[in-house]
Write a protein that binds this ligand. Structure first.
Ligand code: ADP
Length: 423
């Protein structure tokens, strides 16, 4: 281009000199002038062709630039360039949408402003590392967009131009991956916990079954061999013991089954039923297990509220049976079962006057397999309250107790009319 401009300038100079001497040397001048005009024509044509080429290249360049700009702007990841102070000097459209910040505004802000408080250190270490090693680095942190939404992002930063010190960072939204990782981790953890409980339960069952089965077997042998010689009273006693042990074993098995159920409440069937008639049934059944002179007194405070609830019936049965079974086991006197129907919930309280719970055990009784120090002489697995709490809380209810050693205990569960299961 420059050589052409030089050539044109040269021609112009020659033409000027010729024009100056045109008057004296008319004929030679007009001849040389023709040559120059011809040369100029040639150059003009050449320049026109080149101009056209240039125009085409310029248009192609514009198209390419537009294409690259849109590739840059709408790339699936956000791109920013920050200067040595961490100020964003350039950002693509994806970065602006990801962060919910206008591009112009983003391009005047410090990138650290969109980094969640707890992750500021990670970001600064990340930047320093890129500058120190002059190599690309990756880190994961939480960003906060202008709507206040926190999301996990992966930053890949490199140093495209060492002398300028500006950093180029690709921002990838990895919140979905993090969420999936989290769900996977939780379900693995959950599976591990259920397996652990199942294995321990198996050990407890095999241990707990031994004594009752031995007693049942020997009582049956006694009844078979010496039945005629035993008084009616004695026979009744033996049958009652057998019945109690069978109930107990059934209870152990039911609680073992409930481990899986209480961890998978979503798979249960929920129906509408009258909770009062269910509790009446349970109280009648449990009365058969009560000790001599021990009665379960059922009191219903119904007012005008409905006693129809939407729950899994077996779960409610398990909850109430566990509380009544404990009251029977850990006391000798009568038990009160109080049912109150309120606008949105049913409250069931089981009150006994038994051995009570030691202060040091109170914080642990809902733990799986935990047994109170004063309960060791009474058969049990330590699973009843664990299952009960899981079932009650898992369906949106609550459980609490008060107890005094030697005076008795009161366990209260509140069940919403409609079980609420959270995933
Ligand atoms: P288990 O009764 O098989 O031991 P639970 O989980 O039902 O298992 O109860 C855990 C512990 O809580 C019991 O071992 C006992 O120490 C205490 N406990 C529960 N209910 C009562 C109660 N009504 N009276 C006294 N102690 C109780």
């Amino acid at each position: 281009m420059n050589s052409q401009q030089d050539k044109l300038a040269q021609l112009r100079r020659r033409a000027e000199v010729l024009l100056k001497h045109a008057v004296d040397t008319q004929s030679t001048a007009s001849q040389t002038m023709d040559e120059i005009i011809h040369e100029l024509d040639v150059y003009h044509t050449e320049i026109s062709i080149q101009l056209e080429d240039l125009q085409q290249s310029y248009e192609a360049l514009e198209i390419a630039q537009e294409r690259y700009a849109s590739l840059f702007d709408f790339a699936p990841v956000g791109y920013i360039i920050t200067n040595t102070e961490g100020l964003v000097i350039s950002a693509n459209q994806t970065a602006s949408s990801l962060l919910g910040v206008e591009r112009q505004l983003l391009e005047q802000s410090y990138f650290s402003q969109v980094i969640a408080m707890d992750f500021q250190d990670i970001y600064h270490v990340h930047r320093r590392l890129v500058l120190k090693t002059q190599q690309a680095q990756t880190c994961e942190l939480q960003l906060q967009n202008t709507n206040g939404r926190l999301f996990y992002a992966q930053l890949n930063t490199d140093l495209p131009n060492v002398s300028s010190g500006s950093l180029r960072t690709a921002i990838t939204d990895i919140s979905m991956i993090k969420q999936a990782e989290d769900t996977l981790r939780r379900s693995l953890e959950h599976e591990k916990q259920v397996n652990l409980l199942r294995n321990r339960m198996l050990l407890v069952i095999s241990h707990e079954f031994r004594t009752p089965l031995a007693v049942i077997l020997s009582l049956i042998e006694i009844l078979e061999s010496y039945g005629e010689r035993l008084s009616d009273e004695k026979k009744k006693q033996h049958y009652q013991t057998i019945r109690n042990f069978v109930w107990y074993l059934n209870d152990v098995v039911e609680n073992a089954r409930s481990i899986d159920i209480s961890y998978d409440l979503l798979s249960l069937k929920f129906t509408r039923f009258d909770v009062i008639s269910l509790i009446e049934q349970i109280v009648n059944d449990m009365q058969l297990l009560a000790k001599e002179g021990q009665f379960i007194e059922l009191e219903v405070l119904r007012s005008t509220e409905s006693s129809i609830i939407t729950w899994n019936e077996n779960l409610v049965r398990r909850i109430v049976m566990n509380l009544l079974s404990n009251a029977i086991h850990y006391s000798t006197q009568s038990i009160q079962c109080l049912v109150e129907c309120e606008a949105h919930l049913i409250r069931v309280s089981v009150i006994d006057q038994g051995i009570g719970i030691l202060e040091e055990d109170k914080a642990h009784i809902y733990e799986a397999f935990y047994r109170g120090a004063n309960a060791m002489f009474i058969p049990g697995t330590g699973m009843g309250l664990f299952i009960t709490q899981q079932a009650v809380q898992g369906c949106g209810g609550s459980i609490q107790f008060s107890s005094q050693v030697g005076q008795g205990s009161r366990f209260t569960v509140e069940l919403p009319h409609q079980a609420i299961i959270h995933e």
